[in-house]
Design a protein around this ligand. Structure first.
Ligand code: PRX
Length: 663
């Protein structure tokens, strides 16, 4: 095959043409097919999505209404239709003869492999769904899932969907405090967790953290905690509130009639960071969300019945929702689910797993690629060339910009220059891919997410909503509603409106919160980074405000704190905290000790992923005469750049020198 020979090369960007054979065979075959879909959506947006919703989903009660904009921006899709997400992911595949097909290939941290067929998965989901019902969980109740990557995690999510309960998965790396906040905001009636999680050869607590979270208060809604046994480690247990999942599930029937819900019934809430305030509970629908998860899985990954798909994300993030729990299962695909980390027992783990399971479509984050490049450079034994990766046919990237050097390495050493890389831009709020290459359509440019998914009206505009000419940067917006868009922020509809449909655009455009620029010649999109105070560290999204409030929450020590991001070679962005203490500015060993204490504190308040990489102490923070913290200036200091900003309004220029010192 001759895929991906540079077709044309401009000064700094190569354009890789898709392989002819792939163009012919792909679900979306060639640029003309793409253009036809875009034209179909432009001509009649509603008819386009209605056609796809009928093709990709099975409806109990077919819908007759498509888009209802009467309460915009609270859009409704397929409003009078009813369906069940779990039925669409399990039963209908079995009805189509896929009962014996492997749904999940689960590989544990220690390398143990378990295959779960579609029939087995349905049985497990039904038993768990019945267990939830036996505990009084009903349609519309919220269930928080705090568990590591596991078959139980996928089953728990599907079981909620089966009975119309709304799940809210909390990433297993979040602290008790962060978990408490999410439980309290959702008003969950039940928490599903495991005794412990196994990661990188270590056993880490889960159940003990749930107990701590529940003790922090505000969680009176929780009646039961279901505990999966993973490591067998000793954990605190409080009968009758706590129950072993295996015990209660064993007593249940293996069949459970799905709860047919309206298309707009919330399928899940997932908390994500914004620029202000606490993390927000992004609410997704059942019908529109599932449609886009299935459709994008089919077109972006060109998924076929014989593929072995592997998305390395955690089910605690949206990528794990759309491209593990829902999309691949809705298509009847076989997928790998991995409990561990890419560097254990060594940094060849991903490549070995691709080899062992004959993975054909592999979807991961730039941070993982960058750290595996580093590892392969220092230890040739874990270089991808040492493994047989010939099964691969498509690669994907998600979560943050992929720098061209990492793209080229991924393309050459993992994809053997044969496999197209789909650089998928999207967000927790969008439910699925928004701007992405399609493997049989799009010539690739490293670092660009290329063109909108057919039906997604992405555009780059200025602050008045006027479209920017190609070649000039602006704000990324979506000009028309789409089925898998966020429906609201749980408990905070005003914040939903203000954050995503601001008055500047007369409430018409969805504001993504990212900057973007379109290439002057091709019109390809490149994401230039967040335009708000949201950081992206290793593909994990975090608000600077959240980290600042955690720091100033250490009231015995911290007087003031400002957090900014700075570029980092491996994690994309790194967190840099500027701190003023309630005592004299520390120096030397003393400063190191306090910095370590503050990092531990942030880990306890939010989770280890929020620990600042750099901590800098000052007698004060740089402020204007009116008392505003000069964040732009702090960003330059954090990045170690020469200060180009006008500092004439700076009240106390001498502190810039102090803040240059990192601990
Ligand atoms: O800044 C963009 C970045 O990640 C943000 C969304 O983060 P989250 O909601 O956690 O979802 C991550 C998984 C979809 C976006 O606002 N981002 C995501 N994908 C890309 C990206 N930036 C550049 N290129 C991408 N492919």
């Amino acid at each position: 095959m001759t895929t991906a020979t540079p077709a044309t090369t401009s000064a700094s960007t190569a354009l890789y043409a898709p392989d002819e054979a792939l163009v012919r065979s792909a679900h979306v075959s060639g640029r003309e097919a793409y253009d036809r879909l875009v034209a179909e959506a432009d001509a009649d947006h509603e008819a386009y999505w209605a056609r796809l919703a009928r093709e990709y989903l099975d409806w109990k009660q077919p819908f007759t209404q498509v888009l209802d904009s009467s309460q915009a921006p609270f859009f409704r899709w397929f409003g009078d239709g009813t369906l069940n997400a779990s039925y669409n992911c399990l039963d209908r595949n079995i009805e189509r003869g896929l009962g014996k097909k492997t749904a999940l290939i689960f590989e544990a941290d220690d390398g143990q492999v378990t295959h779960v067929s579609y029939s087995d998965l349905l049985e497990r989901v039904c038993r768990t769904a019945n267990a939830l019902k036996s505990l009084g969980v009903k349609k519309g109740d919220r269930v928080v899932i705090y568990i590591a990557m596991s078959i139980d995690g996928v089953v728990a999510m599907q079981a909620c969907a089966r009975i119309g309960a709304i799940h809210s998965v909390v990433f297993g790396g979040f602290s008790a405090q962060a978990l408490r906040d999410r439980i309290a905001d959702t008003g969950a009636v039940l928490v599903i967790t495991a005794d412990q999680q196994a990661r990188g050869g270590k056993h880490l607590p889960l159940k003990a953290i749930v107990d701590e979270a529940l003790m922090l208060g505000g969680c009176d809604s929780v009646r039961n905690v279901l505990v999966a046994r993973r490591t067998g480690g000793a954990v605190p247990f409080q009968a009758p509130r706590d129950l072993w999942l295996a015990d209660i599930v064993a007593a249940q029937s293996v069949s459970c009639e799905p709860e047919w819900v309206e298309a707009e019934h919330p399928l899940f809430l997932l908390y994500t960071s914004g620029s202000t305030g606490k993390p927000k509970g992004v609410q997704h629908s059942t019908g529109g969300y599932l449609l886009h998860a299935a459709l994008t899985c089919h077109w972006t990954f060109d998924l076929r019945p014989e593929d072995v798909f592997w998305c390395t994300a955690d089910i605690g993030w949206v990528t794990g929702h759309s491209y593990i729990t829902y999309g691949p299962l809705a298509l009847g695909a076989t997928q790998v689910v991995f409990e561990g980390v890419p560097t254990y027992p060594d940094a060849g783990r991903f490549w070995k797993m691709i080899q062992d399971h004959h993975v054909t479509v592999f979807y991961t984050a730039p941070t993982a690629i960058r750290s595996l490049i580093k590892a392969a450079e220092s230890n040739p034994a874990v270089h991808p060339s040492r493994y047989d990766l010939s099964s691969l046919r498509i690669l994907g990237s998600v979560g943050e910009p992929i720098n061209p050097a990492a793209w080229e390495w991924y393309h050459e050493h993992v994809g053997g220059r044969r496999c197209p890389i789909v650089d998928t831009f999207w967000q927790t709020e969008t439910g699925g891919h928004m701007i992405t290459p399609l493997p049989g359509v799009t010539p690739l440019v490293p670092g660009s997410c290329t063109l909108p998914f057919p039906g997604i009206a992405a555009a780059v505009v200025d602050e008045t909503g006027q479209e920017m000419p190609w070649g000039e940067g602006g704000m990324l917006v979506v000009k028309r509603p789409w089925p898998s868009m966020i429906r609201t922020i749980w408990n905070d509809p005003d914040r939903f409106k203000k954050s995503y449909f601001p008055d500047e655009f007369q409430g018409r455009y969805y504001l993504a919160g990212d900057g973007a620029i379109r290439d002057a010649k091709t019109g390809y999109f490149t994401i230039t980074g967040r335009i708000d105070d949201v950081l992206n560290v290793s593909g994990h999204r975090m608000g600077t405000m959240e980290i600042e409030s955690a720091l100033v929450g250490k009231t015995d020590l911290v007087a003031e704190a400002a957090v900014v991001g700075r570029p980092d070679d491996t994690t994309g962005e790194a967190i840099c905290a500027f701190v003023v203490l309630k005592r004299n500015r520390p120096q030397g060993e003393d400063a190191k000790k306090i910095a370590a204490e503050l990092r531990d504190w942030v880990a306890k308040e939010i989770g280890p992923i929020a620990k600042p990489k750099d901590i800098r102490f000052g007698d004060n923070l740089p402020k204007t005469r009116s008392g505003k913290i000069m964040r732009r200036l702090l960003r330059s200091v954090a990045a170690g750049e020469a200060i180009k900003q006008d500092i004439s309004t700076l009240e106390n220029p001498a502190i810039l020198e102090q803040l240059g010192q990192t601990y």
